[in-house]
Every structure is written in C-alpha cells, then in structure tokens.
Design a protein around this ligand. Structure first.
Ligand code: F6P
Length: 328
C-alpha cells in the first residue's frame, strides 16, 4: 500500500441520502484501521472553503450507522463552482496536511470533485450516494433502496384511501431526471401506471390505459409519476387533463417530496455504505486516484471518476418493458 497518504478527509455533499452515515463511519474506521489520520469536513465543499474541518477518531462515528441524514451535514456549494472558491478549498486541505479527499455524494458533487482534482492534482475518491440512483458505473447508489422503500410505503398507504373512495391518485416521487425511484416504488406498490422520463408515453396513452382498466372493473387507481417526467407539464396539469377526459373518476395529487430523503437507512444501504467506504480508503492507499467506488454485478468495484459522470444512466430496458405487463 502507498506510504504517500497519511491524512485523509471525508465529506458529504449535495442532497443527503440515507446510508451516508454508514459510509462516513466506514471511511473513518478504515482509516483508523490502516493507521491513517482522518478528518471530517462539515457542510461539503462549503465547509471546506470555510475551513470547517475536525480531526475524527473511531469513537466519533459510534452510534451513527442507524441514523438517516449525515452527521457531517451537507450543502450544494455555489462558491465551489468558481476557481477562487476551489483555491480556498485547496489551501484549507494543505493547511491541515490533508493528502486525499473522499467525497460522498451525487453527480453534481462528483463533477466539482473532478475539476478540483485536475486543477490541483489532488487525490480524490468518490462514493456514490443519492436517492436518485443516477450515477453511471454502479448498479446502486447509497440511499436509493431506503428511499424506494419509503416511497413504496407511502403508495401502500395511499392505496387504502384510494380504494375506500374509488379515487384516482397521481403520486409524484423524486429522482431528478431519472425514473429509478418511480419505477421501483411503482412496481413494488402495484401502481396502475408508472410514468418515467426514460420512456416518453404521452398523456393520451395514459388516458387510454386508465379507461381500459376502468372498463375492466377497477374502481380506483394509482399512477406513479417521476418528478422528471414532463409529458403533462407537471403532475397537477396531468391530473387535471386526465380528470377532464376521464369522467366519474375523482383525482387527487400527492407529492411525496423530502420524506423520501429521510429515515433510518435500510440493511442494504447500511451494508452498501460500509462496503463502499472501506473500498474508498483502500483504493487511496493502493495508489488509485480520481476514482469512484461502486457496486456492480454483486461486487464492490473501483472505476474511473470520468465514467461516473459522463455516461448517461437510466432505468433499464428490461424494467421499461415489463411495466406495461405488470400494469395491465
Ligand atoms: O438529488 C436528490 C434530490 O432529492 C432529487 O431527487 C430532487 O430533485 C432534489 O434532490 C431536490 O433538491 P433540494 O433538496 O435541494 O430541493
């Protein structure tokens, strides 16, 4: 293992995701295990620019594996987009004798990390954590499983009231431009239809499908809509259009929103965070630079940062193909 790296810093950045704490814990404990110094940076790049940095011990991360959010707090930093901001960030790393940086976050955080690493020739490793699951190269990102379960539980609850009142519900789930959360929670929640940005359905095809299911005897329905799906402009417009064209169905709209980002991480996210955290430290100590840890085909992998941010990732063709079968 490389002797070059003695002091490692870890931060969380961008939208919080359940499982970030297990990942922080793993980075801290792996660093201690390999006799390295470990520093926590608060509030992502913003805290790095302001020098909000603390030396961590293994005990600092006790009793956090079960907690949602991030003990390091997080932010989306405007200042880090500027050269001046990144220069301040670099100076703070040097001031604290930090040799390498681990960033737990999503694609926006990784883009900033790549520019920074190239500008200052600084060793970085990314750990993909976002409820959107939209990072290329890894099958799953930390937080997606917990968020999908949260959305599914909300759908289950709404189904009770939908069927009691014979109503049609449009449920918007998060995911930014990707449809993973909608596809997974919609399939798991037995939705009558699922709209995702990866498949341009058009509102009229939705209308026809709902008419068919009504004729077949359904008295209530749930349509899960990804926030990035824009065929009806927005979920309220979509619901209005459908209601106007599908008589005898009273429609309601629910936006699950930030509830999806909170809560205790699932077993999957705790174990994923733990594995990717250890892998990040080991990758650095093995001399790897500008890489991301991920989970592909049931294996922990380390792959180029470039791949994580340049390639487009969306819901698989197989999943898209089975949605109409399951919602018939
Ligand atoms: O990237 C995670 C995410 O929750 C997206 O699903 C959503 O579009 C966005 O963040 C919301 O961001 P904010 O918390 O800044 O409103």
């Amino acid at each position: 293992m490389s002797k070059g790296i003695q002091n490692i810093a870890v931060m969380t950045s961008g939208g919080d995701a359940p499982g970030m704490n297990p990942a922080i814990r793993a980075v801290v404990r792996a660093s201690v295990y390999y006799n390295k110094e470990i520093f926590g940076i608060y509030r992502g790049y913003e805290g790095l620019i302001e020098g909000d940095i603390e030396r961590f011990t293994a005990r600092k991360v006790s009793n956090i594996i079960n907690r949602g959010g991030t003990i390091l707090k997080t932010a989306r930093s405007e200042e880090f987009r500027s050269v001046e901001g990144r220069k301040k960030a670099y100076e703070n790393l040097i001031k604290n004798n930090i040799d390498a940086l681990v960033v737990i976050g999503g694609d926006g955080s990784f883009r900033g990390m790549k520019i920074f690493a190239e500008e200052f020739d600084f060793p970085v490793v990314g750990i993909p954590a976002t409820i959107d699951n939209d990072i290329s190269g890894t099958d799953y990102t930390i937080g997606f499983d917990t968020a999908a379960n949260t959305a599914m539980e909300a759908i289950d609850k709404i189904r009770d009231t939908a069927s009691s009142h014979n109503r049609l519900f449009f449920i918007e789930v998060m995911g930014r431009d990707a449809g993973f959360l909608a596809a997974y929670s919609g399939i798991a929640g037995g939705a009558e239809d699922i709209l995702i940005p990866e498949k341009d359905r058009g509102v009229d095809s939705l209308l026809q499908a709902l008419k068919r299911s009504k004729r077949s005897g359904k008295t209530s329905s749930i349509v899960v809509v990804a926030e990035g799906e824009k065929s009806g402009k927005n979920v309220f417009e979509l619901a209005r259009y459908v209601e106007q064209n599908l008589h005898d169905y009273e429609a309601r709209v629910v936006i699950i929103g930030h509830i999806q980002r909170g809560g205790c991480p699932s077993v999957f996210d705790r174990v994923l965070g733990s594995r990717l955290g250890v892998a990040a430290v080991e990758a650095l100590l093995d001399g790897q630079r500008n890489v991301v840890t991920g989970f592909r085909n049931n294996n922990v992998i380390v792959y180029p940062l470039e791949e994580a941010i340049t390639e487009q990732k969306g819901v698989s063709k197989e999943l898209i193909r089975i949605i109409p079968i399951l919602t018939t």
